[in-house]
Design a binder for this molecule. Structure first.
Ligand SMILES: Nc1ncnc2c1ncn2[C@@H]1O[C@H](COP(=O)(O)OP(=O)(O)OP(=O)(O)O)[C@@H](O)[C@H]1O
Length: 848
């Protein structure tokens, strides 16, 4: 293909690598990750750790219980170590994800356009930028075609600035005045250009003003949970204080010693705090986002995982999402005597196989036909393709010749600019036949003029491009339908093309609505009708990106959770407004779309997005299970400690602080983390989310189950007391019954309809965790030497029987408070072979 004379040959690879070594990577300096002691200190400063530290020191110094105090402090130490390693792991995962979405740049090296990581751009490189790109480095413009750049992040100027190619007189003045310069980090909003890099990395304008970017912010879920933990901690402290005050009254009456009261306060505080909650949730989210990344779904904002799981409508592009996006010319209609392929090559921005898919396909087709541009032909002006005008135009001149305007675009747009006549009419008639075959049709026309907007063009012909349907598309659409998720196809393409493709992949259940139809409903009363049309459409054809935003709003007003795909510069508002904005990684998408999106998919496939929804639903289910598991257990402990204080004053506390810590941190942590990575039976896509994480039904369920578990343990302890067992044995009984009941809770909370339903054994992690935890508990109960630091002693068989009884009985009792959804008939999700049929949003089968 010809290279325009104003296009530079760029650096050679050799020179570029030498410069890279000399100037360093084109990156802003990043803050170093904190060192180990800093991380450890941060963990220790956590309110929960402080509480544990106080509890440990009080037990050690005030109560004089050396073994117990040391055990509490050891547990604290283990907690800090786990916390530090978790944080380091999460940091690592975030950094790895960042490199996956690292910005890329198009540079000319050895005369060939290459796509390289922006970090490898060096001074002297010739970079090509187009609408939607983030400028990789400071650069001087060599060519600018209708180029507009948003520099607000540097200048504060909200209007985009128009750029032009540099002249020999050089630059100067304020940033906003430097019209022939591009600045790193700014966004190209329209047009295209070629520029020579002048400064990279920290030497760029952005580098000079940028304070290091803060990363790794916590998602709202983690923040919400941290808040919950803190509040629980506060409540526990208050309860402890109140209890100590009451206890002091008893001390005065001589019913108890001061130490007893302090011990009870510490126990209550520890019982109340779900020590492993925050760590378990963070781990689940971090591992979840890693798993999603492995599937090709990169989550840019953690809450998007939750939103993905809750999606009820996916509004998807056609090209690249339902189809492969690799276009090939499969038909053409030529006006006799016209040079259709030369025009296709002239009005074309692709180079070296890189660029817009339509342009690349046309260039390949022209090359295959042996067509070349006349030597020395120069491009004088250009208007790059714009999704709103659906056309592109260039003005070229052969040496010694006059200017020639060549335009290509959507047929109806083109015919409106062409001279009317039999040829134009013949082409117009041919369009629907091609579109109905699912082909993308473009018309080409030209005229000798230097006006890019000229009318009265001479039609040259039509080209029809085919785009293979992705093998996974029909399956993904069917999966969505089975899971009650509606798929809407939104495309700028012809209605005929869109309908043909929609039929092939199974998108249906609603009308095909066109942009023209919506336009007719733009006024007054008609607006309501317009929204209704938008909401019911299965396919939206010939719509511009602004309609996508309108669609998102209409659907959200209707109570839907909308995932919207997009790749273009104009898609950003819709992506930002959707519950989940999905952008494409790599060449197919623009930087602007990626930055507006909360999720980036590496291959743009609808199947990948559905896989993301599946993971999202699973993760949400897991987090709900985990929260339910931990909070139910903690509440049960509080109830046992409180009722014990009243019912068994001689015991002081039915569970010692160290025993509670053992349960909360060691025994609970393992199943909680396993629940976070659980794979429950059946297709997770069928797990439709209901309500919030800590919604009233969820909290009620937790409270009722805690009462049930508390009552069972209370009964076991009461029997042990009546049997005349020693104080240690009674406490061991309490621990054993509680642990057994709580371990069954792991199975209760993860079940969809009924504990131990069909396929309950699936999900090895929970099975392994529960078995390991049970084995640990058996060891410390049976082997006196191991149990000693925890004040546990061996039990007679009756004790084991009672503990097992508590475990077994907790299943039916807890199942009784399984949400009311079974009565609503939506709970058929447990069976893989019977996916839910109801397509109603936000209803159907929840979990737990
Ligand atoms: N490079 C191009 N030059 C000129 N016209 C084009 C070009 N690419 C597309 N068109 C025209 O513009 C119309 C809309 O294309 P656009 O790429 O905006 O569609 P889209 O909304 O991205 O659709 P899809 O969801 O199928 O990707 C096409 O049907 C075609 O007629």
């Amino acid at each position: 293909m010809e290279i325009s004379v104003r296009e530079p040959a760029g650096l050679s690879e050799k020179a570029a690598s030498e410069r890279l070594a000399e100037y360093g990577a084109n990156e802003l300096p990043r803050p170093r990750p904190p060192r180990l002691p800093v991380r450890a200190a941060r963990q220790l400063a956590d309110p929960m750790s402080i509480l544990l530290l106080i509890a440990g020191l009080v037990t050690l110094v005030v109560l004089g219980e050396v073994a117990e105090g040391a055990a509490i402090l050891t547990i604290l130490l283990v907690n800090v170590v786990i916390g530090v390693s978790q944080e380091a792991k999460a940091d690592h995962a975030v950094r790895a994800l960042r490199t996956l979405t690292a910005p890329m740049a198009k540079v000319v090296r050895d005369g060939v356009v290459r796509r390289i990581p922006a970090a490898e751009v060096v001074p002297g490189d010739a970079v090509r930028v187009a609408a939607g790109d983030r400028v990789p480095a400071d650069a001087r413009l060599l060519r600018a075609d209708a180029l507009g750049v948003d520099e607000s992040m540097l200048t504060g100027e909200s209007l985009s600035s128009d750029k032009r190619a540099a002249h020999a007189d050089g630059a100067g003045g304020t940033l906003a005045d430097r019209r022939d310069e591009l600045f790193a980090g700014t966004l190209v909003v329209r047009g295209s250009g070629v520029a020579e890099v002048t400064r990279t990395g920290a030497r760029t304008e952005m580098g000079r003003i940028a304070s290091a970017l803060g990363g790794g912010a916590k998602g709202p879920l983690a923040v919400e949970l941290a808040q919950v933990s803190r509040r629980i901690g506060l409540v526990a402290l208050l309860a402890g204080v109140v209890m100590i005050l009451i206890g002091l009254g008893r001390v005065q009456r001589g019913d108890a010693t001061l130490l007893d009261v302090i011990l009870a306060g510490v126990a209550l505080a520890i019982a109340a705090v779900p020590e492993s909650l925050a760590a378990a949730v963070t781990t689940a989210l971090a591992l979840g986002s890693q798993r999603m990344a492995a599937l090709g779904v990169i989550v840019r904002r953690l809450p998007a995982i939750e939103a993905l799981g809750a999606t009820t409508v996916i509004a998807t592009d056609k090209t690249g999402t339902l189809t492969t996006g690799h276009l090939t010319v499969s038909d053409q209609v030529t006006v006799s005597g016209s040079d259709l392929w030369r025009a296709a090559l002239r009005c074309n921005d692709a180079r070296d196989g890189l660029g817009d898919a339509v342009d690349v396909a046309l260039a390949v087709a022209a090359e295959r036909r042996g067509v070349r541009l006349p030597p020395g032909e120069e491009r004088l002006a250009a208007r790059p393709f714009d999704a709103e005008t659906r056309s592109m135009g260039v003005i070229t001149a052969a040496p010694g010749g006059g200017p020639l305007l060549t335009v290509k675009g959507a047929p109806e747009v083109m015919f409106a600019r062409c001279v009317p006549g039999p040829e134009t009419e013949r082409l117009a008639r041919a369009v629907s036949g091609l579109a109905d075959r699912g082909l993308r049709v473009l018309a080409l026309a030209d005229k000798h003029t230097d006006d890019l907007d000229a009318a009265g063009l001479r039609p040259l012909g039509l080209v029809a491009l085919s785009d293979e349907i992705r093998l996974t598309a029909a399956r993904a659409v069917a999966d969505c339908r089975a899971a009650g998720i509606r798929v809407v196809m939104v495309t700028g393409d012809h209605a005929g093309t869109a309908r043909a493709i929609a039929e092939e992949v199974g998108v249906g259940g609603g009308p095909v609505v066109t942009g023209a139809e919506l336009q007719a409903l733009a006024e007054g009363d008609e607006r309501a009708k317009r929204s209704a049309r938008l909401r019911e459409a299965a396919v939206l054809a010939r719509v511009d990106p602004a309609t996508k935003l309108e669609l998102v709003r209409a659907l959200r007003e209707d109570g839907q959770v909308v995932a919207m795909t997009g790749d273009g510069v104009n898609d950003a508002p819709a992506l930002r407004n959707a519950d989940v904005g999905v952008a494409m990684a790599g060449e197919e998408g623009t930087d602007v779309a990626r930055e507006a999106a909360s999720v980036v998919v590496t291959n743009g496939d609808l199947g990948t997005i559905v896989a993301g929804v599946r993971e999202g639903r699973r993760l949400r289910h897991n987090v709900v299970s985990m929260v339910g598991y931990l909070l139910t257990g903690n509440l049960a402990e509080i109830l046992i400690v409180l009722t014990g204080l009243i019912a068994w004053p001689d015991l002081v506390v039915p569970l010692l602080p160290v025993q509670l810590l053992w349960i909360n941190l060691v025994l609970d942590g393992i199943p909680a983390i396993a629940l976070g990575v659980d794979r429950p039976a059946g297709d997770p896509l069928a797990l439709r989310p209901t309500g919030g994480l800590l919604s009233w039904p969820a909290l009620t369920r937790i409270a009722l189950r805690a009462v049930a578990v508390g009552a069972l343990v209370f009964a076991a302890v009461e029997v042990a007391r009546r049997l005349g067992w020693s104080e240690e044995q009674v406490r061991t009984q309490a621990v054993l019954a509680l642990v057994c009941a709580r371990l069954t809770l792991a199975y209760v909370v993860r079940a969809r309809r009924r504990t131990f339903e069909r396929g309950w054994w699936r999900g090895r992690s929970v099975l392994v965790a529960v078995t390991a935890t049970a084995a640990l508990q058996v060891l410390v109960t049976v082997i006196a030497a191991l149990g000693a630091p925890l004040a546990l002693v061996p039990l007679p068989p009756a004790g084991w029987a009672m503990a097992l009884g508590a475990a077994v009985l907790s299943v039916p009792v807890c199942d009784m408070v399984r949400c009311d959804r079974n009565r609503r008939g939506g709970g058929r999700a447990s069976d893989e072979s019977t996916p839910p049929r109801s397509a109603a949003p936000r209803s159907g089968s929840g979990t737990h």
